[in-house]
Design a protein around this ligand. Sequence first.
Ligand SMILES: Nc1nc2c(ncn2[C@H]2C[C@H](O)[C@@H](COP(=O)(O)OP(=O)(O)OP(=O)(O)O)O2)c(=O)[nH]1
Length: 199
Amino acid sequence: MKNPGPPGDLYLASTSSARKALMDGLGLPYRTEAPGVDEHVPAHLSALEAVAMLAARKARAVQERHPDAWVLGADQLVEVEGRTLGKPRDRDAARTQLQGLLGHTHAIHTGVCLVGPGGHVAEAVESTRLTFFPLPAEELERYLDTGEWEGCAGSYRVEGQGQALLEKLEGDRTNVQGLPMLSVVRLLRRAGFVFFTRP
Ligand SMILES: Nc1nc2c(ncn2[C@H]2C[C@H](O)[C@@H](COP(=O)(O)OP(=O)(O)OP(=O)(O)O)O2)c(=O)[nH]1
């Protein structure tokens, strides 16, 4: 039987275990490859523009190595009171990030870009708003002890113990984990991908 869906392999241009876990849930055959791009963007860009630019940069970098393939790239930033946060470099940076989030509402913006053969380009940026409880310092230290801050923009895992930080969440929960799956499915379906082909 002809392999359903558009010709060409599907790549996730990411080193993120969270993104891989989300893509695994879709059941589509795909490969992962590190994008290996410079993640600096012009300082005047908004968070929404920055994640859109970086998602496209990551997707195109992998597509250059595999011109006949489909490539999905993603990038995420946290925005709180006009400041943007990426992944903390260490525990102290994670503490500082979380101190700015506790008792406040912030937005997680994730850009996704699907590129394919013949110049196909489709993009989306999704935002999820989260409100955290105000917590005492010793509880923050206990959360830092979980180590969930490592590798996460904003220093928390919404699907882990970090859900106990959450007073309110508005929008796509998977968007917080690293991929807005409602948008990802929409981009893939519009590109002709076929689902449920592997029991
Ligand atoms: N498991 C989990 N991961 C999260 C959560 N919030 C953020 N993250 C992760 C997903 C991404 O790996 C990372 C966002 O940083 P980036 O967009 O720069 O991606 P990263 O450099 O990790 O991977 P990539 O550029 O795709 O190779 O934070 C969460 O609530 N749960």
